[in-house]
Design a protein around this ligand. Structure first.
Ligand code: MTE
Ligand code: MO
Length: 262
């Protein structure tokens, strides 16, 4: 048999309708693939586990990872190993501004006041002001900043929180992620990440301008934490707790940033 040449396939030019159909098909195909990818990404995020530990706890872990990275960057950059700017004593205001006194109105007996330290085991220590004052005193003059938009250079004296931890053998508690502080009447409360609490400029303060704290400024003992906004500087500490979960925080519950770092 003779090899007959294969008939050349002649492509018939596409009609307009066919062209439109083909484009439509490609468009929808692309749309479907992209939608699928978007849905996949969304459901991956939706089904991701929630992150429970660390400062930015609460939402989906992948988003948290991004937040945590950002936060860690800022924390390292601004706070942890860096000291907040301090000033000479003469720069401190003589009359310190008073701002908000939640948890200070309830009468409590200053004479019988003791700091309650609640360990994770449930053990409670009761520490007197004299025991705290017996530790080395640290003073700081820094620019105190309130989220409401004012700042003021003020002068405080007390015990470094980290000195307090070591002295009262609370180092195992300091390995947990958070510290919680509450007023004696439990009306004002803050949560702090441990690195900020252990920052060398964080004080359990009992003096302001070389004098014992006044009731309005948190007698007999308040927190001074210069790496945070004013809201975290709890006045009149009743108890201290340690935990791996975020302790309740008065202003965070009202929508303010839990970390509230500077
Ligand atoms: N117990 C208690 N502590 C508190 C507050 C409060 O309302 N109650 N307000 C906070 C806020 S918002 C600020 S700015 C500072 C103000 O401290 P000062 O009044 O000593 O200036 O205290 C913080 N500590
Ligand atoms: Mo504030």
């Amino acid at each position: 048999m003779k090899n007959s040449p294969k008939p050349k396939k002649v492509k018939k030019p596409l009609t307009i309708e066919q062209k439109i159909n083909r484009r439509t098909f490609i468009s929808f195909g692309t749309f479907a693939v992209l939608s699928g990818a978007a849905y996949g990404g969304w459901s991956w995020l939706k089904n991701s586990p929630k992150e429970i530990r660390t400062v930015t706890a609460g939402a989906k872990a992948p988003l948290r990872r991004a937040l945590n990275k950002t936060e860690l960057f800022f924390r390292n950059f601004f706070s942890n190993n860096n000291l907040v700017k301090t000033y000479p004593k003469e720069r401190a205001v003589k009359v310190v501004r008073y701002n908000s006194g939640i948890g200070l109105q309830t009468a409590h007996d200053i004479e019988s006041w003791k700091l309650q330290v609640k360990k994770q085991s449930g053990e409670v220590m009761n520490i007197t002001l004299d025991e705290i004052k017996a530790l080395p005193k640290t003073e700081i003059i820094f620019d105190f900043k309130c989220v409401e938009g004012w700042d003021e250079i003020s002068h405080w004296g007390g015990v470094k929180f980290s000195d307090f931890i070591h002295h009262f053998k609370l180092d195992d508690q300091a390995k947990l992620d958070y510290v919680g502080l509450v007023t004696p009447d439990k009306k004002y409360y803050v949560g702090l990440d441990m690195p900020s609490a252990m920052h060398p400029q964080t004080l359990l303060a009992y003096e302001m301008n070389d004098m014992p704290l006044t009731p309005k400024h948190g007698e007999p003992l308040r927190l001074i934490i210069p790496v945070k906004y004013g809201i975290k500087n709890l006045k009149c500490i009743g108890s201290i707790t340690f935990s791996n979960q975020r302790p309740p925080d008065y202003w965070a519950e009202k929508g303010y940033d839990y970390y509230s770092g500077l």
